[in-house]
Design a protein around this ligand. Structure first.
Ligand SMILES: [Fe+2]
Length: 634
């Protein structure tokens, strides 16, 4: 009997451990599980294993964004990490300010063995009581968490009630953000610290959404076009009021402006140039400049954060830092974002736990699975609010290993398009299913940096032809993180790879038909020859600003190119602006360098001024206000 029980128990435990192993997507090869559930990579015929060692980041979203406890004198933060020492800065936020943000108090609190107390009662009183809590018993406190080396980890905020004892209250810890603005609607999104009931009041009507827990996306509709609406988010005893402007009717052809930038991952220099994954110093400058310009929205295409993590909870903290940096300004206008290579959430396979080696062949990495819950694509979709009008996935493509099953991540909210008056913006993802170890892709399977896979390209072609037929649309912009023509920093990849067309994705052990140069040409063919309306390709990845004329005279092939050559029958522009704070790259010599009209390593924010049929580009250094470029492109 005893024997039988132990057999049953071991069957049960086998079943449990098999369950905890997540099914390896068939698109990958040479990736296996050890008996104990450890994931590893081993190329066929090789006796060397590379193992996935899950990272254990010190700072994660769950750990850092805790709601503090109330105490007699203030607030107690317990990060439950006795090795964590640092500093907490704090100060009041005035919710009624146009762009609310904290003004830090002259004193700080120490974080000792993971615990910090903000003493409100004995510091923020009398002439320092800018919130008036001594009479109202209410305040909103902003705080900044820094480690013992001075690295800033997170900027948070908390509503507090009481005059001592104090109590933390329901708080919007991220947002509200204005998203998906149309001529009659908008989506207001935000995150609260605790589950609560929320209302968005606009146009004298109240909108709510009971289906979501702490992340709200509330659609307000039935609005008039080209009209500024105040909106109030009501939650607990709080009402925060901001405003947004609806888009004009498509085809109104009234003059308008939008802004474009990308690449704001953490930079060097200390301080706010790295708030745990994001160059908050530059992002804030860009947002302030956009908010104080005529721009109706900002398009930001990739590498918002440093990313490259295997840990969603860490990556989520980085995304929140970026979102919190845009927040004071993004209460008023939409910021549409795209995927870059840094948004990756990966399995990284290494020879041993203590070594990271970036020598080719030493490490392998792939997009994390199960794709529905772990991939870069799904985290991105959760973090941002975009139209759901993109392609589904690469399922059903020629390379789909099992047409009856989902084998690929989703394109939802990472490939999409939107329109504003007589302009359309098509947002693509050239880091879909991204496997960062380019030299190992033929062994692991996955996509390479810069490659637009089949279904996405097909959707792109169909979307362009639909927009071509739309009489209300005069101008199409296409935005993608990786330039078709790198000019400084990424000649070794993007859509060039030093002219090596052999580079391509591998799916289920097989290379796809088209190499990177052929795929670039198909992409160009749609934009240049199959469209009259596409005017510019907006890219990032390279941390500089460049404006390149692309036409029949542009030299676009490597020497001794034997493939067919695309005839470009029209002029479009490639405008690369990856100058939002990531470390810079200088110009490189490439076949098309003669067509580069301007190249700059200054920080840059691009404004497109659209007036009916004409478009001016105006580029300003958001750090200094100086002009970087000015040109008429249509
Ligand atoms: Fe990039």
């Amino acid at each position: 009997m005893k024997f039988k029980l132990s057999i049953i128990l071991s069957i049960v435990s086998l079943a449990v451990s098999a369950q905890s192993k997540k099914e390896i997507p068939e698109i990958y090869t040479n990736v296996h599980y050890e008996k104990d559930g450890t994931l590893y990579f081993q190329a066929k015929g090789s006796d060397e294993k590379k193992t996935y060692f899950p990272s254990s980041p010190r700072f994660t979203y769950d750990k850092i964004t805790i709601t503090p406890e109330g105490t007699e004198n203030g607030l107690l933060f317990n990060f439950k990490d006795t090795a964590f020492n640092g500093t907490m800065y704090y100060g009041f936020i005035h919710p009624e300010d146009k762009y609310p943000q904290p003004v830090f108090f002259k004193r700080t609190s120490a974080i000792k063995a993971g615990v910090a107390e903000i003493n409100i009662k004995n510091s923020l009183y009398g002439k320092y009581d800018a919130a008036g809590w001594e009479s109202s018993g209410r305040m909103r406190l902003g705080y900044r968490i820094a480690d013992d080396k001075g690295n800033i980890i997170y900027d948070g905020k908390i509503n507090v009630t009481g005059k001592g004892p104090f109590k933390p209250d329901v708080t919007i810890i991220s947002g509200p953000f204005v998203n998906r603005v149309t001529d009659s609607s908008a989506v207001i999104s935000f995150t609260t610290n605790i589950e609560t009931i929320v209302y968005v009041i606009t146009d004298g009507r109240s909108f709510t959404d009971k289906t979501q827990l702490k992340n709200y996306e509330i659609k307000v509709d039935g609005l008039k076009p080209a009209t500024r609406y105040e909106y109030t988010v009501k939650y607990g005893d709080y009402s925060d009021t901001f405003s947004f402007k609806t888009a004009p009717f498509s085809g109104s052809r009234d003059p308008f402006t939008f802004a474009f930038a990308s690449d704001s991952r953490a930079g060097q220099g200390g301080g706010e140039r790295n708030i745990y994954g994001t160059n908050a110093y530059m992002v804030k400058k860009i947002m302030a400049m956009t908010a104080n310009s005529k721009a109706e929205f900002l398009q930001f295409t990739g590498d918002m954060i440093s990313g490259y993590s295997d840990n969603q909870n860490r990556q989520k903290l980085e995304y929140f830092n970026w979102k919190n940096t845009i927040e004071p300004f993004a209460h008023y206008f939409p910021v549409y974002v795209g995927v870059g290579n840094h948004e990756v959430v990966e399995y990284l396979f290494r020879k041993d736990k203590n070594t990271y080696s970036w020598k080719p062949g030493d490490m392998a990495s792939i997009d994390k699975f199960p794709f529905e819950t772990e991939s870069a694509e799904q985290l991105f979709a959760k973090m941002f609010v975009h139209p759901h009008n993109g392609p589904k996935s690469e399922d059903g493509s020629k390379y789909d290993p099992d047409p009856g099953k989902t084998d690929f991540p989703s394109y939802d909210e990472n490939v999409y398009y939107y329109t504003y008056d007589n302009m359309a913006m098509v947002v693509l993802n050239s880091n879909y299913l991204y496997a960062p170890s380019e030299d190992m892709v033929h062994l692991t399977g996955g996509n390479i940096h810069g490659y637009i896979m089949d279904n996405q390209l097909e959707w792109f072609g169909n979307t362009i032809s639909k927009l071509e037929k739309d009489d209300n649309i005069d101008h199409i912009f296409v935005t993608i993180h990786t330039p078709a023509f790198p000019n400084g920093g990424h000649a070794n990849n993007d859509m060039w790879y030093f002219g090596n067309n052999e580079i391509r994705p591998y799916i289920a052990g097989k290379p796809v038909d088209k190499g990177i140069i052929e795929r670039r040409d198909e992409f160009l063919d749609i934009m240049v020859n199959k469209s009259q309306k596409v005017i510019a390709l907006l890219c990032g990845d390279e941390h500089n600003y460049s404006r390149l004329r692309i036409d029949g005279t542009t030299d676009i092939y490597p020497e001794n190119w034997e493939g067919s050559k695309l005839k470009l029958r029209r002029t479009i522009w490639q405008i690369t602006n990856g100058s939002s704070g990531a470390p810079y790259y200088a110009q490189e010599k490439l076949p098309w360098s003669g067509s580069v009209e301007i190249f700059s390593t200054k920080y840059a924010l691009v404004f497109f001024n659209i007036d009916g049929k004409s478009i001016d580009v105006e580029v300003i250094n958001p750090d200094t206000g100086e002009e970087v470029d000015k040109a008429k492109i249509r």
